[in-house]
Write a protein that binds this ligand. Sequence first.
Ligand SMILES: [Zn+2]
Ligand SMILES: [Zn+2]
Length: 259
Amino acid sequence: MKPFRMKTNYHTHTTFCDGAASPERMIEAALEKGFAALGFSTHSDIVKDLEAYKTEIRSLAAKYAGRIKVLCGVEAEYDTGFKRGDLDYVIGSTHYLTVPDGSRFAFDHTPQILMDGIRAFFGGDASAFVRAYFAQEREMIGNYDCDVIGHVDLVRKFNLKHPFFDETAPWYRAEIEKTADAIASSGKIVEVNTGAIARGWQTDAYPSAEMRALLRERGVRFILSSDAHAPKTLDFAFDRFADAEDYVTEPRPCAMRGA
Ligand SMILES: [Zn+2]
Ligand SMILES: [Zn+2]
């Protein structure tokens, strides 16, 4: 295994949303694990107090300056129109699919909710659901002001344990190709997210090996993250994915262009 140029994780959650630990406990754990930088990405829709969150992370960034770089970001529900303001970076994520009747379908909550939703909103046609997901994802990629695309193929979450569509089907390949094209023209960064492996749903990261290959061919840049909700998963499966890509170590495309 080649050593990390710099060990980083910018997709983490704390007790400000649905994480198990305080920001400071996460920072201490990151220091023990040899991280050079740690970013917090609270959920934009369930953060308890965004201003208090920002104040806390900024003061910890100052306290730990020189030991570890601490950034204050957000994992945004793009369809709520969340604006970046003075945050250091934004991860754009699609946890809810807007369905024809206007409701938001929480397709990644449980396999049962997923199956019920496919029946209720897509007449039981799983491929129609998956295509609608990627259409919404491309809408975000093309139009939303974010830096990193979060778990781009989240639609795969339950597909290993509760198979509901064929990831080798030509129509699926066409969807991920179109999505890879959209990402390449957006200039946004894609995270290689190990969170579903940590939670036992998947054996591969988001995006899948197949989609990573498509993105790599198009020159898209990757950043490694674990979507950690607790200190112990801060670098979950990083050793498995460390070699795979030349990861960027900053979650901001503009900063990296040297602007
Ligand atoms: Zn997420
Ligand atoms: Zn997350």
